[in-house]
Design a protein around this ligand. Structure first.
Ligand code: PEP
Ligand code: MG
Length: 739
């Protein structure tokens, strides 16, 4: 059958004739009275494109609305439907123009291309009969080849206007993780590999190819699981374990083998299975099933890459790229570097994940939780990203593009406004001074001190450098980096946070162990104390870099005071070592601790007596406080920092810190409303992504600090349940500028 189809494919005829011949061919081979091809138009309707057995005149006239009839049901369910008595089915839709009534049995399969239903292939018989599994499979196989024919014809610009690839404008609404506007072309993080050939000349050779690819895939996964090889970006052990298990799945393998045995190339057979998984995934309501289909699809992708031999290939990076991914780890994102990536769109993702932090550090907008993003974007599509509203405009029409251009201009005007206020004193209307700092992670971020008028760097995430390096940065490299950071800061203070690796921040070259809860696992200072060699190395580099200048160091995730003592001891040893080696050492050393574990919050007063300063990492503190993982989309922003439990907790910490300087350095500090609340609680120092400085400064310059603090105090005592709303209202009535 496939051989005959191939003959039809190479004939030099127009598309319509080709389709007519195909349906005739299928009808004969499957001993069916009817064979029809329905193709999907841009509006989701299914149009009869060719038929053998139905009234010819109905071709291009019969159009079924999305979801209409049995054909619509096949498209909707993305699964074959086989019925011995079709007219009895409640979804049967009668179309007199097709002359359909005498046909009893019905078999319809979806025509899938890259996981999208592009049509439905149907056979019908006059008398009631049951189509067996072999027939269903054969028709699915033909549908795979048909999808290819149709898309090739489409590319050569034949008579079709229907959608193989999405071409119409679409607007997707997600959640804004990093603000800003950008436009560019879609760059798929994990681009699909498309088969180059569909029909095989030699099924035995294809099966051998498939065998070898399966073996390579399984061995590769086993090696990853055994820890012999490291993955970049930290594909978790559980995910690898699932892939490994699924790769042993017999029914998956059988489906692949059947395709090859029946005349598809190995690649086409994988593509067929992948398309089914993907199409079913975008339909699945159940989260568990979606996840499994997602895993299967990922496995199909890996296999297809092995088959096409370009496992390491990244696709072309455009000058102005909008990176599109299901999800992405911070290390992978850093790998792309700054410059060409103008924005990031994710189907999943979460707002205080480290990838979002990296995006903010890179100064690029990021939107997450965009539904079915991957199946709606093709590589190279034009996209406009509005990171302020959380909207992504795919293939926008020129009018929308112009309107958005206006917004871009407004943004630049706003930016200019921020630039104008950058030198104004950072104080509230009633004269309370508030220090604003930026969070940084790469030397290049330091330019932002000047552009924003910030006081300095309140949080320098030193681990970023470790995450982008191929091997552990040596002492000289670390010293050079910290020196550069201090130089670029031009006398403004820089608070270096010591290594916070672990959790989702992995360095490709550092061995990792499987953990149930990595963010509560062996990370940050815990790792630092257990690996004093690594810590002292870093502290030595910092001490060297700060010779003759102020050195501010803080330790992450201090859970009990003792950890702080031990960490400080390591630093003191390094300072002593520098002195004994005749080095000048820093002019002043200030040692701080981050409050990120609730336990530490309840012993803040003790810590405050020991530390020179404190800083609250609200990203971590809130995830532990609410027991809601910051990296899991479904729970990451489920609870509100502007709620009574969180605010009273933060009030307690503020009070317990007494006169010891204390700042807030989580992402919340960069949002005007949240920053307003922090000021109301008595915090006088905030460190945030550089993009937050302008809006936060504008907010505080329009705020009467004392009056608001009183209001907030009362609010926390009252039973007000929606503090966020009440605060918004307060801002509005009192002309505090939030937007
Ligand atoms: C935090 O947890 O709030 C913090 C600032 O540290 P990081 O986001 O790097 O974990
Ligand atoms: Mg943290």
């Amino acid at each position: 059958m496939l051989r005959r189809l191939r003959d039809v494919m190479v004939q030099d005829v127009d598309t319509q004739t080709r389709l007519d011949r195909i349906v005739a061919q299928i009808g004969t081979t499957m001993v069916a009275d009817v064979c029809s091809i329905y193709l999907r138009r841009g509006d989701g309707s299914l149009e009869l494109f060719a038929t053998e057995g139905l009234v010819r005149d109905a071709v291009h006239r019969t159009r079924l609305k999305a979801g209409e009839g049995l054909v619509g049901l096949v498209a909707e369910g993305v699964e074959p439907i086989s019925l011995a008595d079709a007219p009895k089915h409640h979804r049967f839709s009668y179309r007199p123009e097709t002359g359909e009534d005498p046909f009893q049995s019905f078999l319809g399969v979806p025509v899938l291309r890259s996981g999208r239903v592009v049509g439905v292939l149907v056979v019908q018989n006059r008398y009631a009969r049951i189509y067996d599994d072999d027939e269903i499979e054969a028709l699915q196989l033909i549908a795979t080849v048909l999808a290819e024919i149709v898309s090739v014809e489409d590319l050569t610009g034949a008579l079709f206007e229907f959608q193989i690839k999405p071409t119409t404008p679409e607007t997707l609404k997600g959640r804004a993780y990093s603000r800003g506007l950008a436009s560019g072309k879609a760059l798929l993080h994990d681009p699909d590999v498309e088969p180059t050939r569909y029909l095989s000349d030699d099924p035995i050779a294809e099966e051998l190819k498939l065998d070898s690819a399966l073996q390579t895939l399984r061995l590769g996964l086993a090696a990853l699981l055994a820890g012999d090889v490291q993955t970049l970006g930290g594909t978790s052990y559980e995910v690898l374990e699932t892939f490994h298990l699924l790769s042993q799945d017999r029914s998956w393998e059988r489906r692949l083998r059947d395709g090859v045995k029946n005349g598809l190339t190995a690649e086409a057979s994988v593509e067929q299975v992948r398309s089914e998984h993907r199409a079913r995934m975008s339909n699945a309501k159940d989260g568990y099933i979606r996840d499994r289909l997602h895993d299967l699809e990922e496995l199909d992708n890996r296999l297809l890459r092995h088959l096409s031999g370009n496992s390491a290939d990244r696709n072309e990076i455009f000058e102005e790229s909008i990176l599109v991914a299901r999800d992405i780890g911070p290390a992978e994102l850093l790998e792309y570097g700054r410059g060409k990536i103008k924005a990031i769109l994710l189907e999943e993702g979460s707002p205080s994940s480290h990838a979002a932090i990296v995006a903010k550090a890179m100064g690029v907008p990021m939107i997450g939780q965009l539904p079915n993003l991957l199946s709606r974007v093709e590589s190279g599509d034009t996209i406009i990203v509005d990171g302020n509203e959380g909207q992504a405009y795919l293939r926008p029409d020129p009018m929308v593009a112009t309107a958005l251009k206006l917004r871009f201009d407004e943004q630049s005007a706003e930016q200019r406004l921020f630039t104008a206020t950058k030198d104004a004193p950072s104080q509230t209307l009633d004269g309370q001074s508030i220090q604003l700092f930026i969070n940084a992670g790469l030397a290049i971020d330091l330019e932002q001190i000047e552009t924003t008028g910030a006081h300095g760097v309140g949080l320098y995430r030193t681990e970023f450098q470790f995450m982008i390096a191929d091997s552990l940065p040596r002492l000289d490299a670390q010293t050079a980096l910290y020196t550069e950071a201090l130089d670029l800061a031009k006398g403004h203070p820089v608070t270096f946070r010591t290594l916070d690796l672990g959790g989702d921040k992995v360095a490709a070259y550092m061995p990792t162990e499987r953990e149930e809860n990595p963010s509560m696992g062996w990370r940050a200072l815990r790792m630092g104390l257990d690996r004093p060699g690594l810590s002292r190395y870093q502290l030595r580099a910092l001490v060297r870099a700060a010779e003759g200048r102020l050195l501010r160091i803080m330790f992450p995730l201090v859970a009990v005071v003792d950890e702080f003592y031990r960490a400080r001891e390591l630093l003191e040893k390094e300072l002593a070592w520098a002195r004994s080696n005749g080095r000048q050492g820093p002019s002043v050393v200030k040692v701080g601790a981050m409050i990120e574990a609730p336990a530490m919050a309840w012993d803040t007063a003790t810590l405050a007596k020991e530390a020179d300063f404190l800083s609250i990492g609200t990203n971590d503190l809130m995830q532990f406080f609410f027991a809601a993982d910051r990296g899991t989309a479904k729970v990451a922003d489920r609870y509100d920092i502007l709620s009574r439990p969180a605010l009273t907790f933060l009030q307690h910490i503020r009070d317990a810190a007494g006169d010891t300087p204390i700042s807030i350095c989580g992402e919340h500090a960069g949002r005007p409303l949240e920053a307003m609340a922090m000021i109301g609680l008595g915090y006088r120092s905030l460190s945030m992504p550089a993009s937050g400085i302008g809006p936060v400064k504008r907010m505080l310059m329009s705020l009467n600090g004392e009056a608001f603090a009183k209001h907030l105090k009362q609010l926390l005592q009252k039973g007000d349940e929606n503090i966020r709303q009440t605060l918004k209202k307060y801002a509005k009535t009192n002309n505090v500028i939030l937007e």
